[in-house]
Ligand binder design. Structure first.
Ligand code: PMP
Length: 340
């Protein structure tokens, strides 16, 4: 018999999928790590499991305890799902601008949702800050403990990628990976995979793909944290150096517009059957840019962060796209079945 023992054992060991058009276009082998195939349909299952395991090991929480987190959605979904077999409860603080599908999934997974306005990190009502205060409040009376997952500055997040995602990519490419490209939300994936690959071969090139509205492209190219513009992508776009990003190896940085990334997502669904969220488009656009810099013949890996059905009301909604002045492929008009 060949089976995984349960949900926890089903996280990770995702396949690498060759992205045909991106590879043909560049003469490189561009591979996507299919993180949407995790049980919670995103890369964040790994961080959620890593953070929960770390808190259990440190005896900060026991069955019946509460996990509190501020999240754009995917971490919360991962936490809520992983919490079930361990017997934890989850309280999730989410910016109200995140997709309805993610909010619905969080409720379905058993999370208590607290929606807050989408305001900058400096504002005390920012979702991350609210979740930190809420965790402190809940901890005062929780008989089995309460933790703040604190994914941005809890390095158990990036450790999950140092321990799993990075080594998986190394093994799956037989150590022949030449470059790795990723966007940053917390920085756990980018820094963790980057560190794991550099530890095995210092010549692997690590590249940041940054959406508009994020400050890291400016930081890694000029030393100044400066953000301009905006993006419809969710879960990425960082304005500060989180603890997870500290000491991250960075060889290249690319700034990617939605106009560059979104058509890649549509093209992959139309021609390769891969249904992905917007951050995957930023990542693949970054992989194409790195391939062009390195030249043909290289193997470049990026992250396919989450599944596209999470964004049917936004990224795959013609009206939403038009409201953002983004082009709408003709086939999408016919296919879109937009929930209201
Ligand atoms: N893409 C999506 C859709 C996400 O939700 C996240 C996590 N916020 C990321 C990418 C980035 O992952 P990380 O937090 O590891 O930087």
């Amino acid at each position: 018999m060949n089976f995984r023992d349960g949900l926890v054992e089903s996280i990770g060991n995702t396949p690498l999928i060759k992205l045909k058009k991106a590879s043909e276009l560049t003469g490189c082998t561009i591979l996507g790590k299919a993180e949407f195939m995790n049980p919670g349909q995103s890369v964040k299952d790994r961080a959620a499991l890593g953070i929960i395991r770390d808190a259990i090991a440190k005896k900060q929480i026991e069955p019946g305890g509460v996990i509190v987190e501020g999240t754009a959605g995917n971490t919360g979904i991962g936490l809520a799902l992983v919490a079930a077999p361990f017997g934890f409860k989850t309280v999730i603080v989410i910016p109200e601008t995140q997709s309805q599908e993610k909010k619905d999934m969080l409720r379905l997974a058993g999370a208590t949702l607290v929606e807050v306005p989408a305001v900058a990190y400096a504002n005390p009502n920012n979702y991350v800050k609210v979740s930190g205060r809420l965790a402190q409040e809940i901890a005062k009376t929780a008989p089995h403990g309460a933790i703040w997952a604190n994914q941005f500055d809890n390095v158990a997040n990036r450790q999950a990628h140092i321990d799993t995602t990075g080594p998986e990519i190394w093994d799956q490419t037989d150590g022949k990976v030449d470059g790795f490209v990723s966007a940053v939300g917390t920085g756990g994936t980018f820094a963790g995979v980057g560190m794991a690959l550099k530890a095995r071969n210092k010549d692997v090139k690590i590249a940041l793909a940054d959406p508009l509205g994020a400050a890291l492209y400016s930081y890694y190219t000029t030393g100044e944290l400066k953000a301009e513009g905006s993006s419809i992508t969710e879960g990425i776009g960082q304005g500060r150096i989180t603890a997870n990003l500290e000491d991250a190896p960075v060889d290249h940085a690319f700034q990617i517009t939605d106009e560059e990334a979104v058509p890649i997502v549509f093209d992959l669904l139309e021609h390769e059957g891969l249904c992905l969220g917007g951050s995957s488009g930023i990542n693949i656009a970054g992989a194409i840019r790195l391939a062009k810099e390195l030249g043909p013949g290289h193997t470049i890996v990026t992250i396919l962060c989450d599944y596209g059905t999470r964004y049917q009301s936004k990224l795959f909604n013609p009206d939403f796209l038009r409201s953002k002045n983004l082009p709408v492929p003709a086939w999408l008009e016919a296919r879109a079945d937009v929930p209201n």
